[in-house]
Structure formats: C-alpha cells, structure tokens
Design a protein around this ligand. Structure first.
Ligand code: ARG
Length: 609
C-alpha cells in the first residue's frame, strides 16, 4: 500500500505541477499544529525564491486547484500567510484507506525495494561473567532492531558474539589450577578422556572470575600465569582447551536461560574463539599487502584521516608478544562474515564507549580490503543505565547489578500490582506479572533514544499510567476485553472486527466494507484514525533510522488517542448496528497495529491484567 503521506503528497504535488511548479514541492507532512489542520505542506515557501513569487500566491493557486479536484482525498486545502498550505482529509477517504490497511498483510507496509541481508552483532556477553545491567541494553535494543528489520522485509542474522577467548578465560583457568591442581586438565601426562561432567557450576564460575580478576591486579606472577594460560589456550593446549570447552558449556547454558527470560534469541551463538584459526592468515595477508607496519614491536594499522578533528591512534593488530586483541578478533570476524554470509551491512550494538574501537575497526576493515565500499558498517552506541542519583545503576549495597536480580525485582514489583486484581488466579497472575514486567523493562529502555543515558526508575517503568510499557498493555487489554464482550453478544459481527487478521489478503485497496471502518464521527475518532493510517510510515522510518523509540512514541500516542476516543464513545451500547460494527472494526485494527508494534519491540500483551 502507498503510505498515507505519500498518497497525499502525490496529490498535492500534482496540483503544484498543474499550476506550473515543481511537483516535488508537494511534500506533505503531518501537522505540527493539530488545532489548525491535520496535514501541512510548506512547498510554496520553498518554491518562492525559485519562482520569484510571493509564497502566499503560490499556495493559493495550489489550494484552488486542490479544491476543484472532485477525486481529492482532501476535505479542505487552505493557503495561510505567509505561504503555508493546511489540509484536512475527507472522512470517507480516510475510512477507505483504513479498510484497505486492515486486510493487507503487515497492514500495507510496503516491501523494501531491495531486500538487505544484515548481520546484527548484539548481546556480546562475556563467558564466565554474569550478565549485568549493562548487557541489558545491547540485548533489548538489538532484539528490537532485529525484529524491526525483519518486519520491514529484510534478512537479519543475529549473532551474539560472545567474549569467550581473551584474558578472562586465562584467568578462570589459572584460578581453577590454583584451587584444584589435581584435576586431569592440569596433568601433562594425562592421555585419557576428560570427564563428562564439568568440575564447577555456573555459580562457581561467577565467584571464580571476580576472584581471579582481583588477584591478577595485585599479584604480578599470577597475572603472568593467566597471560600464559590464555596463550596456551589459544594454541589449543589439550587440557586447557578441554577445560575451556567445559566453561563454555556451563556458561552458555546459563546465558541461554537468561536471554530466554528476556525473550531474546540469536541465530548464531558464535564467540570470539570462532575466528581463532583464521587470524594468522588474515594478519599475514594484511602484512604482505603493506597495510600494517611494526611499531615498538607491535603490528599496527594506521587509521587516521586528514579530516579527523581528534587524532585517531593506530589500531593494534598484534601485540609485541604476538597476542591477538579485541580489534584483531573483530577484524577476523568481519572477514569470516564477509566470506560465509556475504551481507549488505554489518550492524553492531554496543555501549557507546566503544565508539573509538569501532571507528578503528571499520577504517581498518576498509583499508585492508576486508569490506568493499558498497557494504555498510554501522555502530549503534547506546548510553548508560543510571540510578536515580544519575550514576551507573548499582545494587543497594553499591555492587554491580546482576541482570537476573534486576529481572527478579521487577517481576516481584509487578506481581504485587497484578495480585491486587483479585479475579486473577495466582498461576495466571505470575505469568501475567512476568509478561508485564518484561514490557516495563523493555519499554523503559527502548522509549529512550538509544544513544542517551537513562535513569532506571522501577516505579515509573511499572506504572500503569503515562509513557510506560504497562500503560500500552493496559490499553490493549481494554480493547481485547471490548472485542470479547462484543463477540459474546453477537459473534458474527465482532468476529469480522477481530478477524482483521492481515493474512495474505489482497492488497489492491478494494476491501469490502460490510463490517468495515466508517467515517469518523468525532475529532477524537478522526485523530485515532489518522494515527492508525500512519503505521506503515512509522514502521519504515523507525527502521531506517534504527530508532525503536520512534515506535514507542507512536504507540504511546496511539494509546492516548484510543483512550480519549473510548471515553467519549459508547461503543457496545450503540443502538445503530452499523456504527457499532464500524467501531469494532476500528478497534480490531487498533489492536492489530499495537500488537505488531509491541511484537517488534520484543514483548507481548496478556489477556487481562
Ligand atoms: N564482549 C564485548 C563487551 O563486553 C562486546 C562485544 C561486542 N561485539 C563486537 N563485535 N565487538 O564489551
């Protein structure tokens, strides 16, 4: 389906052209003065200079032509000083648009001109370290982007890219060796099969890593051992490699559980270790192509450019001891993705403090020819999750907030609220609380522009009122309940409303209007209808801008509009059958659109709450 604003812009453009001006001037937007009009076009202002004519005169000529067109979708076109064009849409044209929208697949969202294949690198947890609140954003934003991209018709391959190969692994191995030197993994002469069972649990690991990390900072010999262990692991020393596999096994099982609780899922569970074997070849190629040089024993690539405002340090490919670094594995991962997946774009979602790293990696990838010009490289850097004191979010004791704890806390908070509705049995209350809590958590995060820091405010996120996930769900539950009641009263008609399932239905705009949406009867209904008609445009531009917060603000506005319409309209008690059915159809569309939006944001609505 044509997007609403494109449809109007096209008509306005034709009027500009008929009056002798450039049709492109007809670009129309949603009004920023809803008290004055529904849509506006500033093309006459833009064209005034070019045509050496007062903008108001141009606007008037266009308005007259628009009003004379019998087929126009506009009810009014008005030229206002100094040269704006203000429009209102015909109620019947709007209703017809919505009736096509409700039967089209994806509510008429156009398929992309060119389907993109994109590798989305997000999550990025580090094996053997518990997930903390800092990992929340990468998971939540990345998952939303993945779903947004797919909904828009692209092929998105999500890769968790675990940190499973660096010094942290050497530290864990070293600490284990100090604690249990008798394990066969540390016995040089051991040639048998290593035990099936891991010699530690995930809780052990979570205690071992911080202990090892702390000791390595004080004990130089210990640090040296950990470096050596890392090195030996990377050379795949038999016992170390087998032990490492156990660490991965235990850790990944736990990660899967944690991400599942967030309804976050990856197509590829690769880690930094996956590219270990291709690093030497890659380094050799880069070296022999003359793209890297030695500096203080290290092998580096210059990535500075003349236009840089700040000097960009060279990127280190190999340290003086020959060890690979974070940058090296990222470059090797790029090489691997380019050859095995052949994507059109590589997209990374990490803390924005990694911006310098990605600038270096991207420039090095171009310079060394790993990534050709036509493949896009994008880093989406997000801000920090802060506490109410404006400092990074901590536990009450001042420690790092574990993601598990945070989720348990918010679930508990929500359960209290849901339990206050005594009609809901305990079992259902628990499930619902988890669902609503996840919405609170994700919406609380996603409604902020990704690059900004935000304050984690549990009370605010969990509130059923205001710009929150629970408010959106509450609105949806309200719509569901009206549709259910209607179905109980008169099964056929309500089914027609809820049956606005956008299956593979024909999308030629010839929806049958038997039980369709009718002309808006009130300003509140009309605003709701216009907002519903903007779904395709919002879904598309939110994806283009990689901006989940655009979808959040859209559904917040939509929910507010629905609620004002609902408060001013007696739907179920309406005696006029056609009117009532028309409203039920409108509700069906509103619910469908809200469902599509929250599903790309990564959460779901319960039946009641
Ligand atoms: N493991 C990294 C960290 O915790 C994030 C990985 C992000 N992805 C990447 N390709 N570098 O900082």
């Amino acid at each position: 389906m044509q997007k609403l604003l494109d449809m109007i812009s096209e008509e306005v453009g034709q009027a500009f052209a008929a009056a002798g001006y450039d049709a492109a001037l007809g670009r129309t937007t949603i009004s920023n003065r809803p008290d004055l009009c529904e849509f506006q076009c500033n093309g006459a202002m833009t064209g005034a200079k070019q045509y050496r004519k007062a903008p108001f005169l141009i606007a008037e000529e266009v308005a007259v032509r628009l009003m004379a067109a019998p087929e126009s979708v506009l009810a009014s076109a008005e030229a206002v000083k100094p040269g704006f064009l203000n429009f209102r849409m015909k109620e019947e044209a709007l209703a017809a648009y919505l009736n096509s929208e409700r039967v089209c697949a994806k509510f008429g969202l156009p398929e992309p001109e060119k389907k993109q294949r994109i590798v989305l690198d997000y999550g990025g947890p580090n094996v053997a370290k518990p997930l903390h609140v800092g990992h929340l954003r990468s998971a939540v934003i990345g998952e939303a982007l993945k779903r947004m991209g797919r909904y828009n018709g692209h092929e998105i391959i999500g890769d968790i890219h675990m940190g499973d190969w660096g010094l942290q692994m050497g530290l864990v191995i070293t600490e284990l060796r100090h604690r249990s030197p008798e394990l066969p993994y540390f016995d040089e002469s051991f040639a048998g099969e290593y035990p099936e069972e891991a010699p530690f649990t995930v809780s052990d690991l979570e205690e071992i890593y911080p202990a090892a990390s702390a000791r390595s900072k004080e004990d130089e010999a210990y640090y040296g051992e950990a470096m050596e262990a890392t090195h030996l692991l990377q050379e795949k020393k038999r016992g170390y490699y087998a032990l490492w596999q156990k660490i991965i096994e235990v850790s990944v099982a736990d990660l899967r559980k944690n991400y599942a609780a967030l309804d976050v899922d990856f197509d590829l569970w690769n880690g930094e270790s996956a590219v270990n074997d291709i690093i030497p070849g890659m380094v050799e190629r880069i070296r022999s192509a003359g793209c890297a040089y030695e500096s203080n024993g290290a092998l580096v690539i210059d990535v500075a450019e003349e236009s840089d405002a700040k000097e960009l340090p060279p990127c280190i490919l190999l340290k003086s001891d020959g060890a690979a670094l974070y940058t090296t594995t990222d470059l090797a991962t790029i090489q691997d993705r380019m050859t095995t997946i052949m994507p059109d774009e590589l997209l990374y979602v990490t803390d924005k403090r990694q911006e310098l790293h990605f600038t270096q990696v991207f420039r090095a990838a171009r310079k060394t020819g790993l990534v050709p010009e036509h493949v896009k490289l994008t880093h989406i850097g997000f801000g920090t999750v802060n506490g109410k004191d404006g400092k990074p979010f901590k536990t009450r004791q001042g420690g790092v907030m574990r993601l598990e704890t945070l989720i348990a806390d918010i679930n508990e908070e929500m359960l209290k609220k849901i339990r206050s509705n005594e009609d809901i049995p305990e079992e259902e209350a628990r499930r619902t609380a988890e669902q609503v809590a996840l919405a609170a958590l994700k919406y609380g995060d996603l409604s902020n522009q990704s690059s900004k820091d935000y304050i984690f405010d549990m009370d605010k996120f969990c509130s059923f009122e205001g710009d929150t996930g629970p408010y959106i769900l509450y609105t949806m539950v309200r719509i569901k309940s009206i549709l259910h009641r209607a179905a109980a009263e008169a099964p056929a008609a309500a089914e027609g409303a809820a049956g606005a399932e956008p299956g593979g239905a024909s999308c030629d705009g010839t929806a049958s209007c038997g039980t369709g949406i009718r002309e808006a009867q009130s300003p509140a209904e009309k605003s709701l209808q216009i907002t519903l008609a903007r779904f395709g445009e919002v879904m598309q531009s939110a994806w283009e801008e990689k901006a989940p917060h655009r979808i959040c603000s859209y559904i917040y506005g939509l929910s507010n509009e629905f609620n004002s319409f609902y408060h001013g309209t007696k739907i179920l008690s309406e005696a006029d059958r056609e009117k009532r059915d028309g409203w039920l159809a409108l509700l069906g569309l509103a619910l469908g659109v809200l469902e599509a939006c929250i599903s790309v944001l990564g959460f779901e609505a319960p039946e009641r709450m």
